[in-house]
Design a protein around this ligand. Structure first.
Ligand SMILES: [Fe+2]
Ligand SMILES: [Fe+2]
Length: 317
C-alpha cells in the first residue's frame, strides 16, 4: 500500500485551515457550496482527487495545502452563473455553454480580490485550459499553463466524469480513464497527474475489494489502462519505468505487459556493439598510423631519388 500520510483531511474543512480563509471569501465559497448539491459534492471531490495526486507525488504540506485550496476555489466563479444554466438538467446550448465558460474569468476576478489568495488566481482561471491551446478562457498552451492548473484540471475532469450530475450518470472509472487517456493521446492533457491520480485510485480499489473477485477484476482492468498511461508518461517525461507502477504489478501479480529484460538485453547488446566498435577503431587507428608511416617513408625515398645522391660530385643513385 502506498504510504499516504494524512496530511489534510479534506472532508473536514477546518483541518485545511478553513479558518484562515478571508471571511468574505468563505461566504463566497459557502454560497458556491450551497448552490446545489452537485457543485458542492464536485468541489469536495476535486479537493479529494487533488489530495490523492499531491500525496502520490509526495508534495510537501504547504504545496498540498495550496493545491487543495485551489481545488476548493476552482469553480468559485460559478456563483455568477445564472442558476437556470448552472442547474440545467439537460445539455447546455452553445450559447449557454459560452456563458458557463465564463466561470473561469469570474473565479479569477473573485480570487483576485483577496491579497492572500491572489497567487491562486492563475490556477482558477486556467483550470479549463488544454496543453494544445484548445481550452478556455485564454487558449493557453503547455508552458503558459501553471502546473497547479494542470493538476487541478485532472482532478476536476476525473470528478466530472465519474460523478453523477443533474444531467448524467457518472461513468465507470475504466471508461473515465479511457476518455482522459484519449485527451492525453490528443495532446490536450499531460499524463503525469492523471497517472498519479489513477495509481492511487486503482490501488485503493484493489485494497478495498480484496475479497471481491468481480471488483478486483475491474481494478485489474483499470491497471491495464494505467499501463498505457505509464508508457505515455514514460515517453513524455522520459522518467523510465515507474517504480510505483512496478510495485503495484508485483503486488497484484500482474504481468507488466512488456518485459524489462528486453531493456537489459538491449543495453548489454549495445554495450557489446560499443566494445566491438572501439576495438575496430583501435585496430584501424594502428593500421592508419602504420600506413601513414609507410607513406612518409615512400615520400622520403621518392624525394631522395629525385634529388639524387652524389659522391665527390658524381651521382651514385
Ligand atoms: Fe470549472
Ligand atoms: Fe470543476
Amino acid at each position: 500500500m502506498l504510504k499516504k500520510p494524512k496530511k489534510i483531511n479534506i472532508l473536514d474543512r477546518k483541518s485545511i485551515n478553513y479558518a484562515e480563509l478571508d471571511k468574505e471569501l468563505k461566504v463566497e465559497l459557502s454560497i458556491l457550496g450551497g448552490l446545489d448539491i452537485f457543485t458542492n459534492a464536485h468541489v469536495l471531490g476535486v479537493a479529494a482527487n487533488t489530495q490523492k495526486i499531491c500525496d502520490a507525488l509526495d508534495l510537501d504540506y504547504k504545496t498540498t495545502k495550496h493545491c487543495i485550496l485551489a481545488a476548493y476555489m476552482h469553480d468559485v466563479g460559478k456563483i455568477r452563473i445564472p442558476s437556470e444554466i448552472l442547474q440545467k438538467p439537460g445539455k447546455l446550448t452553445d450559447e449557454e455553454y459560452e456563458i458557463m465558460k465564463k466561470h473561469t474569468v469570474y473565479g479569477y476576478e473573485i480570487v483576485c480580490k483577496y491579497d492572500q489568495f491572489r497567487y491562486l488566481a492563475p490556477v482558477v482561471r486556467g483550470h479549463h485550459e488544454n496543453l494544445d491551446g484548445s481550452g478556455y478562457p485564454d487558449g493557453l498552451v503547455d508552458k503558459e499553463i501553471t502546473e497547479e492548473a494542470k493538476l487541478i484540471k485532472v482532478a476536476d475532469v476525473w470528478d466530472a466524469l465519474t460523478q453523477r450530475r443533474q444531467y448524467k450518470e457518472g461513468f465507470p472509472m475504466s471508461k473515465a480513464a479511457e476518455i482522459m487517456l484519449g485527451d492525453v493521446k490528443k495532446g490536450k492533457m499531460g499524463s503525469k497527474y492523471l497517472y498519479y491520480l489513477l495509481i492511487v485510485i486503482v490501488e485503493e480499489l484493489a485494497e478495498k475489494n480484496k475479497g471481491n473477485k468481480k471488483e478486483l477484476k475491474k481494478a485489474k482492468e483499470d491497471l491495464i489502462t494505467l499501463k498505457d498511461l505509464d508508457s505515455i508518461y514514460k515517453q513524455i517525461y522520459d522518467r523510465g519505468y515507474s517504480p510505483r507502477y512496478a510495485r503495484m504489478l508485483k503486488k497484484y501479480e500482474l504481468s507488466p505487459g512488456y518485459d524489462m529484460s528486453t531493456n537489459t538485453n538491449l543495453l548489454s547488446r549495445t554495450n557489446a556493439k560499443i566494445e566491438n566498435l572501439e576495438k575496430v577503431i583501435k585496430e584501424n587507428r594502428q593500421e592508419l598510423s602504420k600506413l601513414k608511416r609507410e607513406c612518409r617513408e615512400a615520400r622520403r625515398r621518392i624525394k631522395l631519388k629525385e634529388r639524387g645522391t652524389y659522391l665527390f660530385g658524381k651521382r651514385v643513385f
